[in-house]
Structure formats: C-alpha cells, structure tokens
Ligand binder design. Structure first.
Ligand SMILES: [Zn+2]
Length: 540
C-alpha cells in the first residue's frame, strides 16, 4: 500500500502537471479571449449539434446549426474553432457561405448587414482528430480508452481549453445558448450520453446508432458533454423542492457498485437544496456518467470517475463537488474565466456545508481545516479578463476561496442572514451570467456591510492579512492580547466575534491600529481565530 506521503506527493505532481498543461492550453488559445464587437454583437440562442464519434480512428465529424440573435447591427460575426480542426463548409439561408480562418478565429461576412434584433441560422460542418487530453480533466480534450472488457470508452473534458477545441461555436463564457440539441452517433454496441434528457435513440445503419439529447436550460459551452461507453442505465427519483429524475450511466460491470454508492446523491441534493434552494436543472434531470477521467461538472450530465470511493469524511468528493457546480458554475455562471473563483470557491465551500448538514459544524470545521492546508497564496484569485485566463494558476480559487467565504460568515456573525444570502443568491442569479463586481455588490446590499476592502484584499491580492498578536500574562490568571492587522489593502479591518465557552461573544475589530483584549488563560484565542478566520497569525 502506498504511504500517505507518497499519495500527497502524487497529488501534488498531478496538480502541478495539470496546471502547467493548463497554462500551455491558455497560451495557445489567447486569441479567443477578447470579447471584440464581432462577438458581443450577437447572442447565441440555440446549438443543434450532431456528431459522429469513431473511437477506433479517434476521429469526429458532424454539424452545428447555430441560431443567434443580433444585439447590434453588424456586417461581420466571429465564431471560434481550433485551427487543428477542419471547418469543411458553412451554410446560411440554405446556401454555402464563405468564411475566413485566422488562428482559432472564424470570421463570417454578411455584406448586406444583419439588423439589430434579427435572428439567424448558420449551419457549420466540421471534422478532424480533436486534441487528445494528456491529463483530463485538467488539460482537456478527448479521452479515448478501453474498458475492462475491451469496449471503447470515450470522454471529453474541455473547461480550460474551451469547447471550440472540438466544436465550432461562440466560445466565451459571457454567452450561453438558451438550450441545445445534441445528437451523438456512436458504434451500435455502445451508448452515447450527453446533457439533458434523451429524446430519441435510433439505428443509423448496421454500424452506428444515434442518441438525441435535449437541454432546455441555458448551458455553458464547456459543459456540452460527449460520453460513449458500454453503459447500462440506472434510474431513480429525488423528491425535494421538486421531483427530479435521477439517471446514472455506468459501465455494465459496475452496476452493483453504482446502485449502492450513488444512494448518497439523495443526501447531497437534500443538503444543497437546504442551503441553496431547488436543484436548478429539474427539467434536464440529474445524471452521473462514468468517465475515464476523474470528474467534471457537465451540466445535468456530471462526469464521474472516482471508482465508487468515499474520502475519510465518508463522502464521494466527485459526487459532492461536481454536483455543487450545478448551483455555482452552471446555474450561476461567471462572465469571464477570470472570475472563475465564483464557481470554485462557492462549490468548495458547499462541501464543508454538506458536512455541517450531514454531521455537524464541528465536523465541517475539521473539513475546512484540511482545506486550509492547501492554500498557496501566490497569485490573486481574480484574474485579468479578455485573455482566456483560467483561474487554475494554483488551487487558491478552491481552498483560499472556501476560507474567504467561511471568514465572511464569521465576520457577519449572523447565520440566518448568511444562509439567506447564499439561498437568495441562487434565486436572484438563477440561470444568469454574473461578474465579480455584481456579486460584491450583492453581498454589500444584502448584508448592509461594506465588503469592498475585504474583497479587494482576498480576491485581488495574493497575500493573506497578517494578525500580529502580542500577549502578556497577568498575575490574576488573565492574558492581555495586543492585536494589530497588517494587510496589502489600506484601511482594511476585520471584526472578530470571539465566542467564549460561557456563551458570551466579544466583538473586537482588528485594523492597523493596535487593539487590546483581556481573556481568561483557559481560552485558546489562537485556535479560535485559526478555526474561523483566514488570517496569518504572527505571535510576538
Ligand atoms: Zn470544481
């Protein structure tokens, strides 16, 4: 058996390697980061995708009918497609239309102009050998694998790479199609699984079968999912705020494990509906699909590859984390990948809340303490916009993010208000695209507390504020603490709400001016701050 240190080292190397690949992918696709007028002048309404997958050749071919509406009049629009793929032809109004390719960009000219508010359809035919993932889900691309019985098993993960790595589309987080039809044509001994509900399954010829899936809610490009395998389907139902169909596509030989293991989906949905409100995609169902890589939050079609294992806290990380993204990432979506902390921080925090709901707050704090060890604080969580920036420079948008939110809860010191904020956020921004600024403004107005300096520090600076504490033990058994906050953001102050064992709370605001506090020696102030605030304690 591997020792835990080996395991940690492997995890570290995997994450390091993943991040290097991520940065490479980002650099390659920088040209599609900017939201130029040719992209912002239109809004994608619908994608109708048909794609044939040939696993033996690692080849795909198909079409995408894009319905879009002009937000401004224009004679040009820009779509995106990886230069390594073929854009075979395009049709507009039933006739071929010319296009220009420039790197990963595809430009269409409409000499007569497209009027504001007019709607249009472009039909694009594509083919090629899409980029193969080196280390999915971090680097992205297709994963071509064989299952234990020798059947082809195909997956796709392209969050960091962008869907235009395989599909011609408008590849920017600020624009989601309002719905999509996805038809997967796969070898006829296999099943093709995508997002939403299965509408139709039919034989195409002696070798291929088509699976037509429909999504009736807005969907991010990178969530559009392709899964092909020798699957069997397990059905279940969740009765929560609404009745939600549950559906699991797993490799046939894992049926018994999946039936047992996925029972925890009920407890997860129950916990997340408690904190964040209704499961956001009831009309598209909730699905888990077994994948040849670890996991990904593909909307209503979550990629699951964690081998039916729970962590030491008794839950399956992939089931809980990736499902949390249905609320934060899929329903509430960041407008630019630079604001991706909105997806990961809230979802990682949801894991701790899941612990609080299923066990208790003490266990949640223990879980958070484990997360805290992974904070790097080398880069700010908020990235630059318009450059296809992807916030996974390190893992701070996860672990520093969850601690930023936990700290906010303790600053606010009003759990009913804090949880009302989290729940209402999911109503106010249900199926919406948001920016960091909007969310900062949301918390300012909902809590009547100004979080501007706090977010400036925790999102836009890499450092963690330092709390210098000087202690003097008195003869009467008390300790005098003199505390001073040192931070990169001028005038930042942090209210500490210190809860004593007798039920009393002492409120003290730490800032760059020294503040003094007198406490009983039996109270461990350091442990209290460690458990509730993201501050670097400097004992003098
Ligand atoms: Zn995530």
């Amino acid at each position: 058996m591997r020792s835990p240190t080996h395991f940690i080292l492997i995890l570290f190397l995997v994450s390091l390697f993943g991040n290097v690949l991520f940065l490479q992918a980002q650099a390659k696709r920088k040209d599609i980061g900017k939201l130029v007028f040719e992209r912002s002048c239109f809004d994608v309404i619908h994608y109708d995708i048909e794609v044939k997958i040939k696993p033996t050749e690692k080849f795909i071919s198909g079409s995408n009918a894009i319905e879009f509406k002009m937000l401004e009049a224009s004679t040009k629009i820009q779509l995106d497609y990886a230069k390594s793929m073929n854009l075979d032809s395009a049709e507009y109004l039933g006739k071929p239309i010319a296009f220009k390719r420039k790197g990963n960009i595809v430009l269409f000219d409409f000499p007569g102009g497209l009027l504001k508010n007019s709607s249009h359809n472009l039909l694009l035919y594509f083919s090629g050998k899409p980029l193969e993932a080196k280390l999915a889900p971090w680097d992205g691309g297709f994963v071509w694998r064989k299952d234990n019985n020798g059947y082809d098993w195909v997956g796709l993960a392209c969050e960091g790479l962008g869907a235009s790595a395989w599909l011609p589309c408008k590849d920017h987080w600020s624009d989601e199609a309002e719905g999509a039809d996805i038809t997967l044509i796969v070898p006829n001994d296999l099943t093709g699984v995508s997002n939403g509900k299965l509408i139709e399954e039919k034989l195409i010829d002696s070798a291929y079968k088509a699976f037509h899936w429909r999504v009736v809610n807005p969907i991010n490009n990178y969530n559009i999912s392709i899964n092909v395998g020798h699957y069997i389907n397990i059905k279940d139902t969740f009765s929560g705020v609404n009745v939600v169909p549950l559906s699991y596509y797993v490799l046939d030989y894992n049926k018994a494990s999946a039936e047992r293991h996925f029972l925890q989906v009920h407890g997860m949905l129950d916990a997340f509906e408690h904190f964040f409100g209704q499961y956001p995609f009831k009309d598209d169902s909730y699905k888990l699909v077994e994948t040849p890589y670890w996991g990904m939050e593909h909307q209503s079609c979550i990629a699951y590859g964690n081998n039916y294992k729970n962590n030491v806290f008794g839950f399956d990380f992939i089931v809980i984390h990736e499902s949390g993204h249905e609320w934060f990432g899929n329903s509430i979506t960041a407008s630019d990948a630079a604001d991706m902390w909105l997806h990961e921080s809230f979802t990682t925090y949801a894991e701790a809340l899941y612990m609080e709901y299923r066990v208790d707050k003490t266990r949640a704090i223990e879980y958070l303490s484990e997360q805290k060890k992974k904070i790097v604080s080398k880069y700010p969580m908020q990235g630059p916009r318009g450059v296809f920036y992807h916030g996974r420079t390190d893992s701070d948008i996860y672990y520093k993010g969850t601690w930023m939110l936990h700290t906010m809860r303790n600053i606010l010191n009003n759990d009913s208000l804090w949880f009302a904020c989290l729940k209402e956020m999911n109503t106010v921004y249900f199926h919406k695209i948001v920016s960091t600024e909007e969310i900062v403004q949301y918390f300012n107005s909902k809590t009547s507390y100004n979080w501007d300096l706090f977010f400036n520090q925790y999102l836009y600076k890499s450092s963690i504020p330092e709390l210098e504490i000087k202690q003097t033990v008195l003869k009467n058994g008390k300790i005098i603490y003199s505390m001073r906050l040192e931070s990169d953001v001028k005038d930042l102050n942090i209210p500490l709400n210190i809860k004593l064992p007798n039920g009393q709370t002492i409120n003290v605001v730490v800032s760059d001016k020294s503040v003094v506090l007198e406490l009983d020696t039996r109270f461990d102030l350091y442990a209290f701050i460690e458990a509730n605030y993201l501050l670097r304690i400097e004992r003098e």
